[in-house]
Design a protein around this ligand. Structure first.
Ligand code: FHN
Length: 427
């Protein structure tokens, strides 16, 4: 069994404080939107080239159709910051398809040289992030590259078996990965992190080679856990997975709003805003960051469903941001309860309520509560610090009648003590 031999620590407060970021998956696959020559992919849409075994020469022709006339980096970054409440953005500079979404000198297979629009999307986003003081990170597929003859290919999403071992992977690293990382870290200002992904069979030396070039050019640029070989600055949790308990160290959950990352016209499995808020609160409660994805359409517009969900979540963050941003993991509450999740900061316990309640009974909480109020508007709430008939401490907060049917709101309890005290179950 693998042993965890270190606790990743970015030593960067912005990452520990951020809690909520925007992932953007956008590439040539967005043009296909989950379908090629009348065939629908059964897998995540950005894998369509691999899953439907589209030949390189055929896939390359998509560059003729790349015309993002609805893409407005300025408006997107402004919205992410001001309306959605995101603290950083990570954009797919190059996904597994191998196409560079920026002006790469290294490979002409890029948005400026290979398409009629000649637009450098990374530059547009970098400029907008600078303007709005938004942290900007780049996704870079360091191992899989289905365009380069020596890039790895996985069959994870229905692709055909490929003999990766007979490839000259080192040559691909030396001739494409390292030069492209140099470009990305030299030409686009401050990059807060490089989001490496699917390391597959990369050796420790090859992962280290990537780390070295990043740190040489931008020492503060963080490295995602998926650089492989335990060389990341923080842990990248499995897609849409969440640690069950509070987790030590710095970590992030990459996640989707529906079931795919790139745009798919077929995928309508949207999560509700309430579900997203609950996930975000759980992640913050356990000490991590939530990197939540949008997959723009080929023309650069963002699906209305994504806009609606993120707008609702943004409303919650605007009213209750204090309970999420800048918090650190909360002590583990001993009971399984569906109706609430807890976050905390010094002398404050935040109770995020997800089901209609007349009272909040927080059993085994033995803090001395000094005040209780709705976080969104400061409305005072009646409360009592009591003892159950079994002798366990319990904090009971009355919810005013007008809120009996409400769900998804946050109650702040001000505590005498610095941290929440959740007593163990005694029985
Ligand atoms: O294969 C990729 C996938 O397309 C997507 O980019 C996700 C995001 O976390 N990462 C890989 C699968 O884990």
């Amino acid at each position: 069994m693998a042993m965890i031999d270190r606790i990743p620590d970015t030593k960067q407060e912005w990452f520990k404080d951020a809690k909520y970021g925007l992932f953007i998956h956008w590439g040539l696959y967005s043009i296909l939107a989950g379908e090629y020559k009348g065939k629908q992919t059964k897998h995540i849409s950005e894998w369509i080239m691999n899953s439907l075994d589209i030949p390189v020469e055929e896939y390359e022709k998509l560059t003729d159709e790349f015309n993002p006339d609805q893409f407005d980096a300025d408006a997107l970054v402004k919205m992410a910051k001001e309306e959605w409440g995101m603290k950083y953005i990570v954009f797919t500079a190059k996904h597994h398809e191998g196409f560079a979404m920026y002006h790469s000198e290294n490979s002409k297979y890029n948005t400026v040289d290979a398409t009629a629009c000649h637009r450098d999307i990374v530059k547009e986003l970098a400029d907008a992030c600078k303007k709005y003081d938004m942290k900007f990170g780049l996704y870079y597929s360091q191992s899989q590259d289905w365009h380069d003859p020596n890039g790895f290919v996985s069959k994870a999403n229905g692709g055909k078996e490929t003999d990766n071992q007979s490839k000259d992977f080192q040559s691909y690293v030396d001739h494409k990965v390292i030069p492209q990382l140099r470009e990305l870290l030299t030409n686009y200002g401050e990059i807060c992190l490089i989001w490496f992904d699917t390391p597959m069979d990369m050796t420790k030396e090859q992962s280290q080679q990537c780390v070295d070039v990043v740190k040489e050019l931008q020492p503060n640029c963080l490295i995602s856990g998926r650089i492989g070989n335990q060389l990341g600055d923080y842990m990248t949790i499995g897609d849409n997975y969440m640690p069950r308990l509070p987790l030590e160290g710095d970590w992030e959950v990459p996640a989707t709003l529906n079931d795919t990352w790139g745009y798919s016209k077929f995928d309508q499995s949207w999560k509700t805003p309430e579900e997203i808020i609950k996930i975000l609160v759980k992640i913050a409660s356990r000490g991590g960051n939530y990197l939540l994805n949008i997959g723009p359409r080929a023309d650069g517009s963002v699906p209305q469903e994504s806009l609606d969900i993120l707008g609702e979540v943004g409303n919650y963050m605007r009213e209750n941001g204090e309970s999420i941003y800048g918090t650190r993991k909360a002590p583990s509450y001993p009971y399984e309860i569906d109706w609430a999740e807890f976050t905390c900061r010094d002398h404050k316990l935040y109770v995020h309520v997800f089901e209609p309640r007349k009272k909040l009974e927080i059993l085994n909480c033995s803090n001395e509560v000094k005040d209780a109020y709705l976080l969104s508007n400061g409305q005072k709430l009646k409360y009592v610090c009591d003892e159950s008939c079994e002798g366990d401490a319990v904090v009971i907060v009355d919810i005013p009648e007008e809120l009996h049917d409400a769900k998804t709101y946050c109650v702040c309890l001000e505590l005498k003590e610095e941290a929440p005290i959740f007593d163990p179950i005694r029985g």
